[in-house]
Write a protein that binds this ligand. Structure first.
Ligand code: GAR
Length: 208
């Protein structure tokens, strides 16, 4: 049974998609052991509590400096003995020490087709604003392993979403979530939980 930590910062709709997929059997051999938020007001924490899952806030504001915050986060992950860390709208850059402690064991959902509209500064609504500003006709979402760069790790799954002429950043965000994120994130977790993923020289092969 794959033990998962889900790291969140906001609404937690991707967390909800994971919990629903476990409950409905779309994800097998996996359980969410802990949900960690950097934001005490994240609704995602409430979603975890509703599901009787340990929900903790580890905020940078509780610590004297960034290093201590990172150390507390790493300690909590190690103490929880999780096999996989899922970044589901976690808006904190993962420090190298955590990447080293979980090699190819951290995955992230990003709301664009990487390598478009990703990297430093591209998160949440900003990603969709940039896609609309550039005038692309297709966008989507990507699930990837986390390495020491920003959105540079091996790509696991991607799903494209058509942009409509009247889309706003908000409508596009919702559409990418519904049509791509809530599908490919649970799917990637199920593949990992069932040993269907290998990574060779930075390239993911899905053995489904
Ligand atoms: C999602 O759209 C996710 O892809 C994005 O934040 C949102 C979180 O929503 N993540 C990033 O932009 C990471 N770079 P949620 O809290 O409802 O799951």
């Amino acid at each position: 049974m794959l033990k998962i930590a889900v790291l969140v910062s906001g609404g937690g709709t991707n967390l909800q998609a994971i919990l629903d997929a476990i409950d409905s059997g779309k994800i097998t051999n996996a359980e969410v052991k802990i949900v960690i938020s950097n934001n005490p007001n994240a609704y995602a924490l409430k979603r975890a509590e509703n599901h009787e899952i340990e929900a903790v806030c580890i905020s940078p504001k509780q610590f004297g400096n960034r290093e201590e915050f990172h150390k507390a986060l790493l300690e909590k992950l190690l103490e929880s003995k999780v096999d996989l860390v899922v970044l589901a709208g976690f808006l904190v850059a993962i420090p190298p020490a955590i990447v080293d402690a979980f090699p190819n064991k951290i995955i992230n959902i990003h709301p664009s087709l990487i390598p478009s509209f990703c990297g430093v500064g591209y998160y949440g609504l900003h990603v969709h604003e940039a896609a609309l500003k550039r005038g692309v006709k297709v966008t989507g979402a990507t699930v990837h392993f986390v390495d020491k760069g920003t959105d540079t790790g091996p790509i696991i799954l991607q799903k494209a979403v058509k942009i409509e002429p009247d889309d706003t950043p908000e409508s596009l965000q919702r559409s990418v979530m519904e049509k791509a994120e809530w599908k490919i994130l649970p799917k990637a977790i199920n593949l990992i939980a069932n040993d269907k993923i290998t990574v060779t020289d930075g390239i993911v092969t899905v053995n489904d």
